[in-house]
Design a protein around this ligand. Structure first.
Ligand code: HEM
Ligand SMILES: *[C@@H]1O[C@H](CO)[C@@H](O)[C@H](O)[C@H]1NC(C)=O
Length: 329
């Protein structure tokens, strides 16, 4: 081969190789700062938006935190939670398990801000995860470095969510099993439920502990408060009647939750059982004593949750709008 032919050969093989790599969707998986070349400002924009929105609507941080559980726990972190119902498919966010979920429009605000800088690059799944991370900091929790590179799913799977996401009254055996199936152990479960240190629980999820008889495990002073907040045997699900999860520090993600549940002031049956089951109680006690231990385990468990079975590489898509799958052409 003369040098000219060699040159042409080199060029051709370069293109052939690129096409091959493209075709096979070279998939690095999740990475720290996945968007460092494609949208270097992405994480800063998300952090700024979270700060801004949190200043205006404090409770939106509760929603970001709850989102990561409901999206990532069910099959994968693919933002399927955020999809609207269609004529044929009920969305995950409209199931009974997702009762009380709110503030989805603020995810759209963050997405819009990111789209203005880098259209079509950053997935809703990553925005969901990073808003939870930055929301945790806003609530006084730890900063948890998390990887990115998730892609968005195209379908919402309400049936799977209803089957898999634990209910408010699930037994500890089922709860530990389900979390175990995605690699989260007992101290991880205990730490994650510490999220119930913020936010609220609607009366529909509580009345079975008050009527027809009061659950004898509940302390009298707490019963009085719950009855005042939930006076109706069958609350109107549309009425916004609720009890705060942690009356002491309702806006702060801290270990007060563990002291509450040790005093039997846990609102949900799962919260109550966490402090009364021999498989979890030792960790509850340890977290009640040490905020550091709580934060360490919480960070570890959120990391595992956020990496549950992601769509990466060329799987799924990057949605333009978080509540709608892109149109297929
Ligand atoms: C066994 C597991 C769990 C069960 C059964 C459960 C159930 C519930 C229920 C029934 C509510 C009340 C919803 C309402 O009435 O508005 C709630 C609220 C909440 N949950 Fe969980 N949860 C679990 C685990 C988690 C985890 C792992 C997280 C996050 C890491 C989390 C974060 C939250 C937050 C932040 C709220 C308050 C939401 C708000 O005020 O808008 N939960 N949970
Ligand atoms: C849990 O509560 C729901 C109502 O929210 C009820 O339908 C279900 O049977 C209860 N499950 C258990 C295991 O008690």
């Amino acid at each position: 081969m003369n040098s000219r032919a060699l040159f042409i050969f080199a060029i051709l093989s370069f293109f052939a190789f690129s096409a091959f790599a493209e075709e096979n969707g070279e998939d690095p998986g999740l990475l720290m700062n996945f968007y460092k070349d494609s949208c270097p400002q992405a994480e800063d924009i998300i952090r700024e938006q979270v700060k801004l929105l949190y200043k205006r609507h404090k409770n939106t941080a509760f929603s970001w935190l709850r989102n990561i559980f409901h999206d990532c726990f069910v099959e994968s972190c693919d933002a399927s939670l955020l999809l609207d119902s269609t004529r044929r498919v009920l969305s995950e966010k409209e199931t009974d398990r997702s009762f009380g979920m709110r503030n989805f429009r603020y995810i759209e605000d963050i997405k819009d801000a990111v789209e203005r800088e880098c259209p079509g690059v950053v997935s809703c799944a990553d925005i969901l995860v990073l808003s939870a991370r930055d929301g945790i900091v806003a609530l006084g929790g730890p900063y948890i470095p998390l990887k990115t590179g998730r892609r968005d799913g195209r379908r919402s799977r309400a049936e799977i969510l209803e089957q898999h996401l634990p209910d408010h009254n699930e037994s500890m055996t089922v709860v530990l099993d389900r979390f175990g199936s995605i690699g989260i152990d007992a101290p991880g479960v205990v730490a994650l439920l510490g999220a119930h240190s913020v936010g609220r629980t609607h009366c529909v999820k509580l009345v079975h502990r008050l009527y027809p008889e009061v659950d004898p495990a509940l302390p009298a002073s707490h019963v009085e408060h719950m009855l005042k907040k939930c006076p109706d045997t069958i609350p109107d699900p549309k009425a916004v009647q609720y009890v705060r999860n942690d009356r002491g520090t309702p806006m702060i993600l801290d270990n007060n939750y563990y002291r509450n549940i040790l005093d039997n002031k846990g609102l949900l049956l799962v919260d109550h059982q966490l402090a009364n089951d021999k498989r979890t109680k030792p960790y509850v006690k340890k977290m009640a004593k040490s905020q550091d231990y709580f934060f360490k385990e919480f960070s570890r468990a959120i990391t595992i949750l956020s990496e549950n079975n992601p769509l990466t590489g060329s799987k799924g898509e990057v949605r333009k709008q978080c509540n709608l799958a892109n149109k297929l052409h």
